[in-house]
Design a protein around this ligand. Structure first.
Ligand code: 5GP
Length: 128
């Protein structure tokens, strides 16, 4: 079910539980600001999720309220993960769903990092 609107942060969402180590993940990177791990249901040969360590529901509250340090740290981590995975030469796609229309399912900000194949068009037609 997509998340609807930007409710308060749910500390028991699945990614919060992964951050606390309560649920395992296939970790690819971690630093002070971010954790990156393989998506459980990949749609490309490389499908990694990068999440900030702070409690942010989505890009909306992160971009509006995170500190400059948190934003810089998180964005740099995304770039580091892509580089470390060898995706800079072939290229990759970054995607962040935000809210109901996007289909966001997990209410903790995450960037999807897709690589390892031609990505094709950004959105499928017809637009509905
Ligand atoms: P969203 O639709 O919110 O942008 O993407 C959520 C993503 O989280 C999906 O691609 C889904 O496969 C992934 N996901 C959901 N639950 C888990 C989990 O427990 N572990 C991992 N590694 N990925 C998950």
């Amino acid at each position: 079910m997509p998340v609807s609107g930007l409710g308060p942060y749910d500390p028991n969402n699945i990614f919060a539980r992964i951050l606390r180590g309560e649920i395992p993940c296939k970790k690819v990177y971690e630093d002070q600001w971010a954790l990156a791990f393989h998506d459980i249901n990949p749609v490309s040969p490389v499908h990694v999720l990068v999440i900030p360590k702070g409690a942010y529901v989505a890009f909306a509250d992160f971009s509006a309220t995170a500190s400059a340090e948190e934003i810089a740290g998180f964005i740099r981590a995304v770039g580091t993960v892509a580089r470390d995975l060898g995706l800079e030469a072939p290229g990759y796609r970054l995607l962040a769903n935000m809210g109901e229309d996007s289909g966001q399912e997990v209410p903790h900000l995450h960037f999807h990092l897709f690589g390892g194949r031609k990505m094709g068009p950004m959105l499928t037609r017809p637009l509905t």
